[in-house]
Design a protein around this ligand. Structure first.
Ligand SMILES: [Zn+2]
Ligand SMILES: [Zn+2]
Length: 281
């Protein structure tokens, strides 16, 4: 699988001279499966650029959009996703039902101009919404399993496995927190991640920022690294970067994370998820 980050910023887009290296677009990840089926996780503003790329491809892939949850930073790119306006494109939407509902009701089926100058009846792709999410869901030989997030409003973490390789994507998750009616225990989280080749996890905060952001549904790098160590993982990417954090401050966060690894004698390689970067597993 080849995974490309099209957006790694959290909460709201943060373009500008201080964020251009890490990137200002919100969450969107593309997973190329080696077949005509393409998996996309989340429809944040990074989805616009991904759409432009797909529109130029000779053979149009079947698109499978997995939604983590309904917060706007994970959906705002859909209305500017060029393949959604193209006939003959197959777009299959899965995942969090509230997120699917927002896309269907407020974007796909909206026939007035309250949000956009263009009526959404020009969305011509063959779009299907899937209320039932099999566990596992299998797409093009990729086995996809889920875990409920510890995040206000709930949502899904996704683990993708193909040919003995795996990548686990967990954004908008507050490690150690629980929410009424959803979420997971610390043990369930460790088991969900165990043995994965690459863990991509929300690392929005510094440890010292957590007390003033408790209950906001995000994690600090130290808890992500403790999780990775408990699950025996070797490679971690931190994502959902705080919109207030400049490129230099993101570098500082990564430096602190690597110092934490050294201090605890963990055997983990830690990186920032950077817009435009790809990982092959
Ligand atoms: Zn978010
Ligand atoms: Zn969220």
């Amino acid at each position: 699988m080849k995974l490309t980050f099209w957006g790694t910023r959290g909460s709201i887009p943060a373009p500008g001279p201080h964020t251009y290296r890490v990137g200002g677009n919100t969450t969107c990840v593309e997973i190329e499966t080696g077949t005509d089926d393409r998996i996309i996780i989340d429809a944040g503003t990074g989805m616009r650029q991904l759409g432009l790329k797909i529109a130029q491809e000779q053979v149009k892939p079947v698109l499978h959009l997995l939604l983590t949850h309904s917060h706007w930073d994970h959906l705002a790119g859909f209305s500017f996703f060029t393949p959604a306006f193209m006939a003959h494109i197959q777009l299959k939407v899965y995942g969090n039902l509230m997120a699917q509902d927002v896309i269907r009701r407020d974007i796909y089926e909206r026939r007035d101009n309250r949000y956009y100058p263009v009526n959404m009846d020009v969305l011509r792709a063959d779009c299907t919404f899937n209320n039932i999410l099999p566990d596992p869901l299998v797409i093009a030989g990729v086995k996809i399993s889920t875990l409920p997030l510890n995040h206000p409003g709930s949502g899904y973490a996704y683990r993708l496995e193909q040919a003995g390789k795996s990548v686990t994507f967990i954004t908008d998750n507050e490690i150690g927190a629980g929410y009424n009616g959803g979420g997971h225990s610390p043990e369930q989280l460790v088991e969900f991640c165990r043995g994965t080749d690459v863990l991509i996890h929300d690392g929005q905060y510094l440890p010292e920022e957590i007390p003033s952001h408790k209950g906001w549904g995000h994690s600090s790098y130290d808890t992500v690294l403790d999780l990775a160590h408990s699950a025996g993982l070797k490679t971690v990417y931190l994502t959902h970067h705080d919109p207030e954090r400049s490129d230099d401050q993101c570098d500082e966060l990564l430096k602190s994370a690597r110092a934490y690894i050294a201090e605890h004698k963990y055997k983990i390689d830690c990186y920032l998820a950077i817009e435009g970067d790809s990982i092959t597993v």
